[in-house]
Design a protein around this ligand. Sequence first.
Ligand SMILES: [Zn+2]
Length: 399
Amino acid sequence: MNKDEMNKACRLLNDLISIYSPYFKEHEISEFVYRRMMDIGANPVKQEVTEARDYNYKCANVISTLNFDKAETILINAHMDTVYPTEGWTYPPLKGSLVDNEVYGLGSADMKGGLVSLLLTLEECLKRIAEGMEPSFNVVFLASVDEEGPYSMGAKTFIRSKYADNVDFSIVLESTRGLSSSNLSFPAIAHGSRGCYLYEIKVTGKSAHAADPASGANAIDAMAEIISGIKKIPLEKHEPFDDPVSNVIWINGGERALSTPEKCSILVDFHVTPSEDPARLKTRIAEMLRSLNLDAKTEVNYMKDDLGEPMIYNPYLLDRKNRYIDLLAKTCSKREGKVAFVTSMCVGDFNHFAGKGIPTVVLGPDGENLHRADEKVNLADVVKLKDILTELIFWKQLK
Ligand SMILES: [Zn+2]
């Protein structure tokens, strides 16, 4: 591995990790990425991403396109936000620490390592174009916001825009290993992903004095039964995906007065396979609620996104023979002597691209401890990924 390239990637990764950028706080990193693209001679645009109902949010995706009037367009995506720092770090979370070819830091794998690969690929492409080479595809480079936040507003804003209209294939540079339960190492292509359906369940009971609960209907007691019932709802398995799972991820109810609580709400997430269907699952939840014969009234609804649409991450599985996947796999094999195929157990912006009908894969550097202390990414993979993407973009023999 070329030492200068490694050093350059390491410096850029360190710059990105040093910018505090949890979701909803991506302004500085968005500006940094925009300036970086300007500095390397790209023509970036800021795509405004706004939300006024719940979070009063305003930030910007950064997009750079290579448009050569080709018949086909590839999207390369990395998100700029991270989760909020957790407890227990032994390395400083907001400074890159290079140890044995791995860089520790918040967002190193999820996904500032991939963001470095994206920026270096763009730079390499511009260099080759300046030397007279012509890409085999039009390419859209998208650095997006709010991937870790509740509504995926960056990806959804992009999908609704003209930039997404002609995209034939997208590659999301998340750490494949970090998203997969398998131990297959770089380069591993995730050609499918579990999805996620989110439902809000509301219970309305009857308030009474806490000294006399029998005259009321305790909404929290009812919810306790519902939570047990959720775990028993059968979910559809589907090879080669990890088994589906459910989690209650939020609860709200009661007050501090000595009263029987009247209201309680929960948010339930189901990580599902492509054999599951959101409407059928909603019906199953409703059947379970009926079977409990509760005193309290119950209601089940989809969680809504910023536009009031159901917040659904579509599960999907693509045929490995898809010609773009095949071409990417061949490029990986040619450069690295191997390639692995996996499916993602997690969800992300890739589900939304796939849900829009764009064949989408995840291919990213090896990383570990995503959303936890001591997150790290393999630095050599970051550079190798740049080489794979560049080779793909200048591939001439696609039939
Ligand atoms: Zn991510």
